[in-house]
Design a protein around this ligand. Structure first.
Ligand SMILES: *Cc1c(COP(=O)(O)O)cnc(C)c1O
Length: 235
């Protein structure tokens, strides 16, 4: 069941790449395992998946601990409180949800040297929603310059979670704005290589506009069930 869903998502990504005239290896699947048991992550790893995304720190740390025997790559994709940066810096390979300098500085200071630089994407609030995390597009160039200069951070690119939208043309228009922002940053920061955008409902549009990581939960694992309402994500 999980194996079938995994194959079908991989196929969907390959088809989207083909339709966009891109190579299939230009797009990485990040399996979003929030609310899912460690055993489901293990099953998906058995199917060949190595990169997993988590939103809730304590839940993630428990899973990372339980799955230490597997060579997994962990990506933090949820909102970050500044007093919770240390375990993120110590336990993750990537953080997609950095939206202010204070958080990036703490992650850089707290990153253990032995682990090498932490890969970072800046989260941009591309739909301009008040309630969403992410910095405003006009704040991105300065923040990117400052974050790129931090010692234990490797700035990789941008992450966006657009407002839910079912019309493919409008999905694409929003992702195109993220891509254009990235292109303008690359003039000064040519090392940027990652656009983290596209979820279960809009991965084709994201891939058409240049996504290099798609973050997929529901299409892999089925609908999420939250243990309590306070655990509901902001995104
Ligand atoms: C939950 C989540 C996803 C996965 O969303 P699906 O619609 O279930 O694929 C992707 N990105 C972020 C930041 C999330 O919080």
């Amino acid at each position: 069941m999980l194996a079938e869903k995994y194959d079908s998502v991989c196929q969907q990504i390959r088809n989207a790449c083909k339709a966009a005239g891109r190579d299939a290896d230009e797009v990485q699947l990040l399996a979003v395992s929030k609310t899912r048991a460690a055993d489901e992550v293990r099953q998906l790893h058995n199917c060949g998946q190595t990169a997993f995304g988590e939103n809730y720190l304590q839940e993630a740390l428990d899973k990372i601990e339980a799955l230490q025997d597997l060579p997994l790559e962990w990506h933090f994709i949820g909102p970050i409180q500044s007093n919770k940066t240390r375990p993120i810096a110590e336990s993750f390979n990537w953080v997609h949800s950095v939206d202010r300098l204070k958080i990036a500085r703490r992650l850089s200071e707290q990153r253990p040297d032995a682990l090498g630089p932490l890969n970072i994407c800046l989260q941009v609030n591309i739909s301009g929603e008040d309630s969403k995390s992410g910095c405003l597009p006009e704040e991105v160039p300065e923040l990117a310059r400052e974050v790129a200069a931090l010692p234990n951070i490797q700035l990789r690119g941008l992450m966006a979670i657009p407002e839910p939208e079912t019309d493919p043309a409008r999905q694409r228009a929003t992702f195109a704005r993220v891509r254009e922002l990235m292109t303008s940053l690359q003039a000064d920061l040519p090392q940027l290589d990652t656009l983290s955008m596209g979820m279960s409902g809009d991965l084709e549009a994201a891939i058409a506009e240049g996504a290099s990581i798609v973050r997929i939960g529901t299409a892999l694992f089925g609908p999420r069930h939250y243990p309590n309402t306070s655990a509901k994500p902001q995104a």
